[in-house]
Design a protein around this ligand. Structure first.
Ligand SMILES: NC(=O)c1ccc[n+]([C@@H]2O[C@H](COP(=O)([O-])OP(=O)(O)OC[C@H]3O[C@@H](n4cnc5c(N)ncnc54)[C@H](O)[C@@H]3O)[C@@H](O)[C@H]2O)c1
Length: 234
C-alpha cells in the first residue's frame, strides 16, 4: 500500500522519501525514481525517525506531507499475546506515527501541509483474535483527531484512511493464518458489497485526495475505503 501511495504521489508531481525497515521494499520505488529518496529506518526507533526526517529535509529543503503507513499485524487474543508483542504492536503502529509527526511538524508548519494516517476498519469494528492490532488502529484514529485539533492553526490538516480488505502481503499473511485460507478469501469477497477485495491503488487514490488541496476543509476525519464491508449486516 505504501508503494502504491508513493507511486501515486510521484505521478502527481511530488518529490518524496520512502521509509521502510525492509531494504527490498524501499528499493522497489526509489531505484527507478530520481525524485524519490530511499531511507532504511524502523519507524518505532526515535533515532531512526529523526535521521529520516533530517535526511528528507536536507534533500528536498521542505516537508509538506507526511503519510504514516508502515504497520504490522500481530495476531492473538489477550490471553495469547505476550506483553512484548503488545508493546511491539503499539511501537510500530502508534509510536511510529507519533515520532514521525513529532519530528515532521516543525518543518510542515513552515508553509502548511497535511498528515495522513493509515488506520484500518479494525479501528471501528472488531475481529476475533486481533486484540493488539485493533486497539492500535483505534488509538491511531484518536491520535489523528488530537493532531488535527492541535495543529489546525499551523496550517496542517490531519486525516486518516480506514482501509478494509486490501490485497497486499499483510492481508495474505492474515489469510494464511486462517484454518482454510481460500475459503476465508471467498468469505470476505462474499461479505463485501462491491463483491471483491480492494487494491493498493484504490487506497492511493483516497490518500492523494486527502493530502491534496481538493480536501482543503477536511481535517480530523477518517475515510472508510472498504467496498462497504464495515456497514454490511449479515
Ligand atoms: N492490507 C489490508 O487489508 C489492510 C487493511 C487495513 C489497514 N492496513 C494497514 O495499511 C498499512 C499498509 O499495510 P499493507 O497491507 O501494505 O502491509 P504490508 O505488510 O504489505 O506493508 C507494510 C510495510 O510496512 C513496513 N514496516 C513494518 N514495520 C515497520 C517498521 N517498524 N518500520 C518501518 N517500516 C515497517 C514493512 O516492511 C512493509 O513494507 C498498514 O498500516 C496496515 O496496518 C492494511
Amino acid at each position: 500500500m505504501g508503494k502504491a501511495i508513493a507511486d501515486r504521489l510521484l505521478e502527481a508531481g511530488a518529490r518524496l522519501a520512502i521509509v521502510d525497515v525492509n531494504p527490498e521494499a524501499i528499493k522497489r520505488v526509489a531505484e527507478t525514481e530520481s525524485r524519490a529518496l530511499a531511507i532504511l529506518a524502523d519507524v518505532s526507533c526515535e533515532d531512526d525517525v529523526r535521521r529520516a526526517v533530517d535526511q528528507t529535509v536536507a534533500r528536498f529543503e521542505r516537508l509538506d506531507i507526511l503519510v504514516n503507513n508502515a504497520g504490522t499485524e500481530i495476531p492473538g487474543t489477550v490471553e495469547e499475546l505476550t506483553s512484548k508483542q503488545w508493546d511491539r504492536q503499539f511501537a510500530v503502529n502508534v509510536k511510529g506515527a507519533f515520532l514521525f509527526s513529532k519530528y515532521s511538524i516543525p518543518y510542515i508548519r513552515r508553509q502548511g501541509g497535511a498528515i495522513l494516517n493509515i488506520a484500518s476498519i479494525d479501528a471501528l469494528v472488531s475481529y476475533p483474535g486481533n486484540a493488539a492490532y485493533d486497539s492500535s488502529k483505534a488509538a491511531l484514529l484518536a491520535f489523528t483527531r488530537t493532531l488535527a485539533i492541535d495543529h489546525g492553526r499551523d496550517g496542517i490538516r490531519v486525516n486518516a484512511i480506514c482501509p478494509g480488505y486490501i490485497d497486499t502481503p499483510l492481508l495474505n499473511s492474515y489469510f494464511e493464518r486462517q484454518p482454510n485460507p481460500p475459503e476465508a478469501r471467498r468469505a470476505v469477497v462474499a461479505q463485501t458489497p462491491v463483491g471483491r477485495m480492494g487494491t493498493p491503488g484504490e487506497i492511493a487514490e483516497a490518500a492523494l485526495f486527502l493530502v491534496s488541496d481538493a480536501a482543503s476543509f477536511i481535517s480530523g476525519a477518517y475515510l472508510v475505503v472498504d467496498g462497504g464491508i464495515s456497514v454490511a449486516g449479515r
